[in-house]
Design a protein around this ligand. Sequence first.
Ligand code: ADP
Ligand code: ADP
Ligand code: ZN
Length: 214
Amino acid sequence: MDIILLGPPGAGKGTQAQRLVATRGMIQLSTGDMLREAVAKGTPTGLKAKAVMEAGELVSDAIVSALIGERLDSCVGHGAIFDGFPRTKHQAEALEILLGERDRTLDHVIELVVDEEALVVRITGRFTCANCGASYHDKFHLPKVEGTCDVCGHHEFKRRPDDNEQTVRTRMAEYRAKTAPILPYYEEKGLVRRVDGMGSVEEVAAAIDAILDG
Ligand code: ADP
Ligand code: ADP
Ligand code: ZN
């Protein structure tokens, strides 16, 4: 089963993808994570992407589509969760070709529907485990034991440089202008399933499970 999680920054895509990885053995393909890794390693892709990401704008379609193509080859026998990809019509078309070349098809496009003002609060409170990437929030999802990752027991956490209010506004504008317009493309194929992303993490998870098991 291959699915796309679609929604603006902070909608909960990463949180829900991590849960599906843990519960269903699916593989999370997050272009944001791949790009941050490239930036950290200083690869040619990372050098091109760094300033664009810091500004909250979109990295080129060619770069992110190539990253997804590389990673898809390691998903044989597993369902893939596309998290943060595609973000433009061009990327949606590229994904269709990449999947077709590997005899895969898309099962669902799950749109997390959220309120924009709540997203600013979610994004500015977001932090992740520096070791395993598990996602937390200052108000909504603190580790069970203060300062200790629930998943791996690590004690260091990090925050993203682009998780500030100003950059979030640009990222939301990019979502509205370039990403939301790909919904009709998937509507036509009958793939879009809407989930209320404003519920608790558990409520959103239950709604996604109902779709995947339905
Ligand atoms: P995305 O990958 O869509 O940008 P994340 O999954 O990283 O979003 O979530 C953004 C922040 O909001 C994180 O700090 C996460 O812990 C928190 N969060 C995720 N889902 C919910 C939810 N349903 N309710 C409250 N906070 C949430
Ligand atoms: P979010 O939590 O906002 O959903 P991501 O981690 O998915 O953020 O992406 C962070 C940044 O990486 C984006 O603001 C953008 O600069 C870049 N990026 C990630 N995925 C893509 C993509 N599919 N196309 C273009 N740029 C991307
Ligand atoms: Zn951890």
